[in-house]
Design a binder for this molecule. Structure first.
Ligand code: DGL
Length: 293
């Protein structure tokens, strides 16, 4: 188990009080890895898209399974957790951080986006943009964690991009424990999903954003309930495009090479490796346990 020490730490308290330490210029090179994190296996939906779109990029992924779910935690807790994990990723010399977590993107991103010497990517803008492109009637449903829904991040981003749009959000707190438990095709998950989606469908949504990165793991099940006339949006697709354009702009795209993938987990490593391999659709060779906090 690796402990986090000797990491140049940006203090969570300072950041919360709005007096964050501004990014110090450091030398970043294209061969450094991209860092991604989530509370668990959710961010693997983002990893999958980045592996597909950017096969030469090395990735370092953190699954904070000791503290999953994030969805019901206070903003203060989410920001503190984000600072700990981003500091850890900085110690792994990442050239970019992808908040592969909707809850972190909606609560911590606005506070932390300029506090580090590397670009930080959130899921909110890409997800909103993809939904507006797909929608005809502009009645856009968002399913996400309680924290994401209450933050209004998606609702505000969509209205900012198109003031005529009507975003409607529903919190789905049971999905993350069901997915982390591996119940991605279970009848129980289907039942719960039907209940969560009913009010959104009754409002006439023609597009639905999976606003929590765990949810694309049950996209088949969701699609079955939504039917063919509702577009289902995985923000990870557009986020991978944003990663590509940002790396290009910053001259940080990796050269053609075979990528290396490293996984760190705060909970059980074997459990993450087993479920993660199944959900990622390719074997995760191993994960190292890491202690935060
Ligand atoms: N996958 C995360 C998200 O996108 C975290 C969900 C949770 O831990 O509650 O919100």
């Amino acid at each position: 188990m690796s402990e986090i020490s000797n990491v140049p730490k940006i203090g969570a308290e300072k950041i919360q009080s709005g007096t964050g330490i501004k990014a110090r210029p450091v030398h970043i090179t294209p061969d450094q890895p991209i860092g991604l994190f989530d509370s668990g296996v959710g961010g693997l939906t983002v990893v999958k898209e980045i592996m597909r779109k950017l096969p030469s990029e090395d990735l370092v992924y953190v699954a904070d399974t000791a503290r999953v779910p994030y969805g019901g935690r206070s903003s203060k807790e989410i920001i503190k957790i984000n600072v700990e994990i981003i500091n850890f990723l900085m110690s792994k010399k990442v050239k970019m951080v992808v908040m592969a977590c909707g809850t972190s993107s909606s609560i911590a991103y606005p506070v932390l986006k300029d506090e580090y010497p590397v670009p930080i990517i959130s899921m909110i803008e890409p997800g909103s943009k993809a939904a507006l492109n797909a929608s005809r009637n502009k009645v856009i449903g968002i399913i996400a964690t309680v924290g994401t829904v209450h933050s209004m991040a998606y609702q505000e981003a969509i209205r900012r991009m198109d003031p005529s749009a009507r975003p409607l959000a529903a919190a789905c707190p049971l999905f993350v424990p069901l997915i982390e438990g591996g119940f991605t095709e279970a009848e129980e998950t289907k039942k719960v999903a039907r209940e969560y989606l009913k009010p959104l469908l009754a409002e006439g949504i023609d597009t639905l954003i999976m606003g929590c990165t765990h949810y694309p793991h049950i996209s088949k099940l969701l699609k079955g309930i939504l039917g063919p006339h509702v577009a289902l949006i995985d923000p990870a697709r557009e986020a991978a495009n944003l990663v590509l354009t940002t790396l290009k702009e910053e001259n940080l795209l990796a050269e053609n090479k075979k990528a290396q993938y490293e996984y760190f987990v705060s909970g059980s490593a074997p459990q993450f490796v087993e479920l993660g391999s199944r959900l990622l659709g390719r074997p995760i060779a191993g994960a190292e346990q890491v202690k935060f906090g």
